[in-house]
Design a protein around this ligand. Structure first.
Ligand code: FES
Length: 135
């Protein structure tokens, strides 16, 4: 390869690499998490925690938190950094990652630590004693 062609090829790589990095960082802004569609029978003693503000359960990869009377938040339980299972911390009202200390609010927004993107959130509705999670 001639020197001129080599330099031309090298410059093309140098120009494309930062562009690829920008595209990748834009992708990381999107909230991620598994899809979920399930119901919870709130009269089931196994879900009694959801009758108290600050109570939470994990089902099908989703953390469901009771945020008040008949109001709930549902978020992916998988940290967007490296996939560790998150825990709900009632005193701080945050989801906390035990692996590297990432934290999220109940809207799924990253509050601190290394997570590169927000958590996926789910729609929650309640009819009678049946709580439905969709998303
Ligand atoms: S896996 Fe959650 S902060 Fe690293």
């Amino acid at each position: 390869m001639e020197r001129r062609n080599f330099l031309r090829a090298a410059c093309t790589v140098c120009a494309i690499a930062p562009l690829a990095s920008i595209v990748e960082s834009c992708k990381k802004q999107t909230a991620t998490g598994p899809g979920a569609n399930f119901t919870i029978d709130l009269s089931d003693p196994g879900y009694a925690a959801l009758k108290t503000t600050g109570g939470s359960v994990v089902k099908s990869g989703v953390i469901v938190v009771c945020t008040g009377t008949n109001t709930y938040a549902a978020l992916s339980d998988s940290c967007t950094h490296q996939g560790c299972q998150l825990n709900y911390d009632k005193p701080t009202n945050e989801l906390v990652c035990p692996c590297h200390g990432g934290t999220y609010d109940l809207n799924g927004k990253v509050l601190g630590g290394p997570p590169p993107s927000n958590l996926k959130t789910y729609t929650v509705s309640v009819s009678g004693t049946v709580l439905t999670v969709n998303g």
